[in-house]
Write a protein that binds this ligand. Structure first.
Ligand SMILES: [Cu+2]
Length: 179
């Protein structure tokens, strides 16, 4: 008789244990859902047209007398070396139409950076006051000149690049998406 009595007690204990398991299972599901919704907000998805851009480790840019880069969107691998070559294909003198390419850290306020660069003529428009926001930059180039640099984007994200010559960042501006 005692054994028969024990069986329902064990069954009740197992039932309670499985209820507890059910609760933790549902909270795990909840965490999974929130992780999934975070991943849909990944930086690569926030830049229109990035899905049509091929992964590269060698960016080639041209800057022209009409204050434009010839391309404005690139996709690279985070943590890997990227080469960037800029050529000034214009004919106007460097004093009035110089170009560079400055790769800015994620989250840099481009307008603020451009304002500081404007005042940094003695530093070829690479403001030391914003040094921590600069990942890499080319030299300031006159007509027909080119420069090539190497850098590594530390983590996945969207990094802007601009020409920091006074007045140029409004039109000479693009994005490098690291994935
Ligand atoms: Cu420029």
């Amino acid at each position: 008789m005692k054994k028969v009595f024990m069986v329902p007690a064990i069954a009740a204990a197992l039932f309670l244990a499985s209820c507890g398991g059910g609760d933790s299972g549902s909270s795990a599901n909840h965490e999974h859902e929130s992780a999934a919704s975070t991943s849909t907000e990944a930086p690569a998805a926030t830049v229109p047209g990035i899905e049509d851009v091929e992964l590269t480790d060698h960016i080639e840019l041209e800057g022209s007398d009409d204050m434009r880069f010839d391309k404005d969107l690139f996709k690279v691998k985070a943590g890997e070396t990227v080469k960037l070559k800029l050529k000034n294909v214009g004919v106007q003198p460097v004093e009035s139409m110089g170009h560079n390419a400055v790769v800015l850290d994620e989250g840099t306020d481009v307008a603020s950076f451009g304002g500081e660069a404007f005042k940094a003529k003695d530093e070829e428009y690479i403001p030391s006051t914003f040094a921590s926001s600069i990942i890499a930059h080319t030299k300031l180039l006159g007509p027909g000149e080119s420069d090539e640099i190497e850098f590594t984007l530390p983590k996945a994200g969207v990094y802007e690049f601009i020409c920091s010559f006074p007045g140029h960042w409004g039109t000479m501006r693009g994005k490098i998406v690291a994935e």
